[in-house]
Write a protein that binds this ligand. Sequence first.
Ligand SMILES: NC(=O)c1ccc[n+]([C@@H]2O[C@H](COP(=O)([O-])OP(=O)(O)OC[C@H]3O[C@@H](n4cnc5c(N)ncnc54)[C@H](O)[C@@H]3O)[C@@H](O)[C@H]2O)c1
Length: 339
Amino acid sequence: MEKVKLKISVLKKLIINIFKKFGLSQNHALISANAIINAELVGTYSHGLSRLKMYCDRIKSKLINPKPKIKIKKISQSITHIDANDSIGFVAADIAIKHAIKNARKTGIGLVAVKNSGHYGLSGYYAEQAIKKNLIAMIYTNGPPAVAPHGALKSLFGTNPICFASPTASKIPFILDTSISMINRGKIRVAAKNNQKIPEGLALDKFGKPTTDASKALQGVQLPIAGFRGSGLAWMVDILSGVLTGGNHAGRVKDPFDDFTGPQNIGHLFLTFKTNLFVNDFNQRIKDNIKTIKKLPKVKGIKEIMYPGQNKFNRYQKNLKKQIFISESIKKDLKALIK
Ligand SMILES: NC(=O)c1ccc[n+]([C@@H]2O[C@H](COP(=O)([O-])OP(=O)(O)OC[C@H]3O[C@@H](n4cnc5c(N)ncnc54)[C@H](O)[C@@H]3O)[C@@H](O)[C@H]2O)c1
């Protein structure tokens, strides 16, 4: 079968045209296209082109508002509350991180809550904007039921990613951006679509039995990282991004692929702050911190102790020089969406 690859610029134009066809403004289409292409470039294919059709299906079903009237309520110099009016998540998150950065640069700390939003892709992508302004960022979003709370027989928490990002006084930032599940749901979806198995120990089927069958895992529950500790972290994210913001919580976020009964009303929380709030030699201290850890004796087979974000940064730089691979199923989606 012929392998299709597209230049980044060509693919970007194509995604922008698709989103514009579905009613997004040029600016919102560009913001969304950039986020999707970034997911491809960092190698998180589960959050890139594989979701384009889903976003368009939700716009067509009037569950994502292509022309949102986003309300931005300034609560104090540091704090902002955004009602995204069911916009595509990328746009809500882009506005939110920009406000969080502005607030933090003015006062030292910025806190922005978002409600009535949708799936925004990768938390780390927004954290990078804060890093560029030399700010620390903590970002949370909840998601549709995928993970059972510890002791429960039913999924309720999303894979609720936790993102913490810090400047490192070097060109590669520290970005810990991780789902609280053993595997992110998008990866299971991709495996199910391609008839691939998932590794053992990540999910249970609907009867509570361990499974490596991706389709059965989607119908069952995903396991949290580290048992009750991961379940606790998922709960924390649900409180921070759902309860606190005015967004849906306690399992009420709708699955973007399977549930077309209403908008998602996802909540996000963005916290940004300056690195020099308590010390004036942060750069020196962070360099010392990373250097000390990297110098530790290594486990057999490990060449370098990496900090979170290093792997994605390296993949991004490598992929930036290449064309983007388009799988058969993505090619089908793109063709149908642009028609
Ligand atoms: N919007 C949503 O609802 C949603 C839900 C879940 C996940 N996501 C996104 O999906 C993306 C992928 O999530 P994931 O859980 O699959 O992440 P992952 O497992 O790929 O990586 C988790 C973290 O571990 C770090 N890491 C990986 N290998 C490492 C190594 N060898 N040494 C040190 N650190 C290492 C990564 O840099 C990253 O910070 C994230 O960007 C997340 O925000 C979004």
